[in-house]
Design a protein around this ligand. Structure first.
Ligand SMILES: NCCCC[C@H](N)C(=O)NCC(=O)O
Length: 437
């Protein structure tokens, strides 16, 4: 199947929708100081906004995935954009913490509907061999939303104030609604896509069937184990760890976070190509990312005293693999589920990384609070202990991946596809190379 011009237009509009969703997602974080002043809140209340948003996002993934299979990506994307616009308008007008939290709940809910819809459009409009790279590009380019919130959104906030900034952000989603109505169709041939619009009877069965397939669970555990470390670092603890824990400047912390985003831009397409070329070795890519993340964090955590800058660079380079690594998980959902169950399966997978991030953000915060008695003056040793929460996720995730992978391979073998052990492949290649010389 060749890629049509219409496919690029549909993807382009879907991508704009996702970029705007990421802008909304990150807008509160970049206006943290203004929010503190406006609502008179402390850092921990501010952090609870991040936790609430992640909770709503992760909690809605499964229902949203089921809904996606029922009403299709176009409608879900439009509903999501409308909800996010409403959320940002609520925030623009909010004068109290509960109202502001209500606004964030709406933003989290609309955000939850966006990414899974765009992935569904990618799977429907692009030839399957291109899907892994297109998926990586979607995840990658979507992060531009973070730049939009950090630069133009903050500029409008400081120039024209809170209500104008949040209302302008809301207007971006209104634009997305207009574009999506005009340009998006669920699939090249809507009749060929088994979206069972309005047929709710099979939704529960689809959910059970998607969950029961070990391939979906392999995706869930892969997303859980790879995605969380990058989210935790970028959304919550990276900056405080470098500044308060490592005693480095805010400028260096900002540079390291930027380096992480830039390196992710290289890692994403590379992983996309590797997934396309070695579909039977996807789990090894996932395991490699987990090992790289865990090894780099271990080096920084055990380093006596202030860690040298090269170790921090190594840490952010390895964490830059986190987001792209978690995108591999969606490929498991796609290839082990039929199109009519893809939304449900993608939703299940997408719960993983965000739930793990939520647990880690909260866990690290709780340990820091216990260590410091609630005072926000953290020392390096406090961070060293608190950051060990990561290991709980890595260990539980690895157990989940290995168990699900064993079941997947057993099921594949029943269908005549046997995945040879990696050492056998290496040995075979070595012998082949020797016979060539
Ligand atoms: N900074 C967040 C990166 C998350 C990327 C990840 N692979 C993912 O699942 N994205 C879903 C989303 O809604 O962003």
């Amino acid at each position: 199947m060749a890629t049509s011009r219409r496919a690029w237009v549909v993807w382009g509009v879907g991508l704009v929708a996702y970029i705007v969703a990421v802008l909304h997602r990150t807008s509160f974080g970049v206006s943290g100081l203004d929010a503190s002043a406006r609502f008179g809140i402390s850092a921990s209340v501010l952090a609870s906004f991040v936790v609430l948003q992640l909770l709503v996002y992760a909690g809605l993934q499964v229902p949203v995935g089921v809904l996606l299979d029922q009403i299709g990506p176009r409608r879900l994307l439009i509903i999501g954009a409308a909800i996010m616009a409403a959320g940002q308008v609520v925030l623009a007008a909010a004068g109290s913490v509960p109202v502001a939290m209500g606004g964030r709940v709406l933003v989290g809910a609309g955000d939850a509907m966006t990414f899974v819809s765009v992935l569904r459009l990618v799977a429907a409009w692009f030839p399957s061999g291109r899907v892994p790279v297109m998926t990586q590009l979607t995840g990658l380019i979507g992060q531009l939303g973070q730049v939009l919130s950090a630069v133009p959104f903050v500029a409008v906030l400081h120039q024209f104030g809170w209500p104008v900034a949040y209302t302008s952000a809301a207007s971006m989603s209104v634009l997305v609604v207009v574009l999506a109505v005009a340009a998006i169709r669920d699939a090249p041939d809507v009749r060929a896509v088994p979206i069972r619009t309005g047929v709710w009877g099979g939704a529960g069965r689809d959910l059970v069937t998607a969950w029961k397939h070990p391939g979906t669970r392999l995706g869930l555990w892969s997303h859980y184990s790879t995605g969380f470390a990058g989210i935790v670092f970028a959304m919550m603890w990276g900056f405080p760890f470098i500044v308060a824990g490592q005693g480095r400047s805010q400028a260096l912390a900002g540079t390291l976070l930027t380096l992480m985003v830039l390196a992710g831009g290289v890692a994403g397409p590379v992983l996309g190509v590797l997934v396309t070329r070695h579909p039977l070795r996807r789990s090894w890519l996932v395991l490699g990312v987990v090992v790289a993340n865990a090894a780099a964090w271990t080096l920084v955590i055990v380093w006596p005293g202030q860690a040298p800058i090269w170790t921090l660079v190594l840490l952010v380079l390895s964490l830059s693999l986190s987001g792209p690594g978690s995108m591999v998980a969606f490929d498991f959902a796609r290839t082990f589920n039929p199109p009519n169950r893809l939304g449900t399966a993608t939703g299940i997978v997408n719960v993983g990384g965000f739930t793990a991030a939520l647990i880690t953000i909260l866990g690290v915060g709780i340990v820091l609070d216990i260590r410091t008695g609630g005072a926000s003056t953290y020392e390096l040793d406090d961070f060293r202990i608190a950051l060990c929460v990561h290991y709980l996720i890595w260990v539980s995730g690895l157990v989940g991946i290995l168990r699900a992978r064993r079941l997947v391979r057993r099921r594949m073998a029943e269908h005549g596809v046997v995945v040879p052990p990696i050492r056998e492949v290496i040995e075979r290649r070595r012998r082949h190379r020797r016979s060539q010389t």
